[in-house]
Design a protein around this ligand. Structure first.
Ligand code: XLS
Ligand code: CA
Ligand code: CA
Length: 439
């Protein structure tokens, strides 16, 4: 295999004072943070779509990025060259995982049969490359949104032929994920939503989506896929209203249709903020409901209201994310997948490395800060003290379900003036800052 990223060395940890742009300043894969190494805690993954198919296109301009593998006129030659470059990238960066959509790795043919043949050939090639490499598949997924056949959705399309096609595509993508020992399979509802209720049977569409997921669960069992199935919430874009709006709506959907034992969620930071939540809120909501599966590590822009998928560099956000992940006992089968793209103006190959290094370092700082913060118990003590009234007296009775409105009225009628205590928000925020600065 020919070297593609010439002049880019294997990236090493050089420590916080290093000025070398091609070195980690905080991510030291073998350093132990508690019981686990940083590599084990963070489980970083590269997203094949943004990193190897992204071209810097926006609604106002054509491609600003041209990679070495774009020079192959035949789509299958290009697909092979792309995946070879990807494996060189994984090795140089030292990431343990990667993720892809079926269509990122192999081109569509003129029929579904031909498309499947292309996908099988590239899957075999990836399997071969994985044998000599230190990288595993975090998750696979199917692109059910790019082709015009999915203009009105896939599993929620008004056209049953589209539903069938989407099912066939997911069946194949699950087989490919299994063949590559993928640890999870993701469903992001690309165009599963609507633009206007004037032409939409929402009830049928949601029932169909649930039918689709039940079929996926059955098929995973049938082929012996033991990876975790994940749904990735997103509130809008591409459709105005996506059905998997946020973690809470995904949970309600899963419970309504009896799917809650089979799925967890893949939480993306930028999707959380698009939904009007913080990244921490979504992780926390998933954690307390036992469905925190995996993470798409990126960030949005505070001034832009769309899905900019930027590399995560905000230490406040990575610290609070790692705080939730540590409280979850880690990510288990999940990982931190960089579903992030370099800016249109960052068009060199070197930018791809520098962007991933920035993201990995930001999460390494977050991990270190969150670990110490958790060890100190500062936030836990404050929260415990705040809810202390539920540990005794009437509060204890409320918690134990041993009282009702009548007794509570009697209690309220006889109690004196209610005394609330300060929430001390600013003090707690400054504690978080202290731990970030000490990381
Ligand atoms: C798009 C989503 C997508 C999923 C995988 O906004 O983030 O990339 O992660 O289909
Ligand atoms: Ca994502
Ligand atoms: Ca996104």
């Amino acid at each position: 295999m020919q070297e593609v990223f010439k002049g880019i060395p294997v990236i090493h940890y050089e420590g916080r004072t290093s000025q070398n742009p091609l070195a980690f300043k905080y991510y030291n894969p073998d350093e132990k943070i508690g019981e686990k190494t940083m590599r084990e805690h963070l489980r970083f993954s590269v997203a094949v779509w943004h990193t190897f198919t992204g071209k810097g296109v926006d609604p106002f301009g054509s491609a600003s990025i041209r990679r070495a593998w774009d020079n192959y006129p035949q789509p299958m030659d290009q697909a092979k060259a792309r995946i070879e470059a990807a494996f060189e990238f994984f090795a140089k960066l030292g990431v343990p995982y990667f993720c892809f959509h079926d269509r990122d790795i192999a081109p569509e043919g003129s029929t579904l049969a031909e498309t499947n043949k292309n996908l099988e050939a590239i899957t075999d090639y990836i399997k071969e490359l994985m044998q000599g490499a230190n990288v595993k598949l975090l998750w696979g997924t199917a692109n059910l949104f790019g082709h015009p056949r999915f203009v009105h959705g896939a599993a929620t399309a008004p056209n049953a032929d589209v539903f069938a096609y989407a099912a066939a595509q997911v069946k194949k993508a699950m087989e490919v994920t299994l063949a590559l020992d993928g640890e999870n399979y993701v469903f992001w509802g690309g165009r599963e939503g609507y633009e206007t209720l004037l032409n939409t049977d929402m009830e049928l569409e949601q029932d169909n989506l649930a039918r689709f997921f039940h079929m996926a669960v059955d098929y995973a069992k049938e082929i012996g896929f033991s990876g975790q199935l994940l749904i990735e919430p997103k509130p809008k874009e591409p459709t105005k209203h996506q059905y998997d709006f946020d973690v809470a709506s995904v949970l309600a959907f899963l419970r309504k249709y009896g799917l809650d034992k089979d799925f967890k969620v893949n939480i993306e930071a930028n999707h959380a903020t698009l939904a009007g939540h913080t990244f921490q809120h979504e992780l926390h909501y998933a954690r307390i409901n036992g469905v925190l599966g995996s993470v798409d590590a990126n960030q949005g822009d505070e001034l832009l209201g769309w899905d900019t998928d930027q590399f995560p560099t905000n230490l406040y956000s990575t610290t609070l994310a790692m705080y939730e992940i540590l409280k979850n006992g880690g990510l288990h089968k999940g990982g931190l997948n960089f579903d992030a793209k370099v800016r249109r103006g960052s068009f060199t190959d070197r930018d791809l490395f520098e962007a991933h290094i920035a993201g990995m370092d930001a999460f390494a700082v977050g991990l270190k800060a969150a670990y110490k913060l958790l060890e100190s118990g500062a936030l836990e003590k404050a929260v415990e003290a705040r809810y202390a009234s539920y540990k005794q007296g009437i509060g204890q009775k409320i918690r134990a379900g041993k009282t009702g409105f009548k007794e509570l009225e009697e209690y309220a009628l006889t109690e004196g003036a209610i005394e609330n205590e300060s929430g001390r928000q600013e003090r707690l925020e400054s504690i978080v800052n202290q731990y970030i600065l000490q990381a």
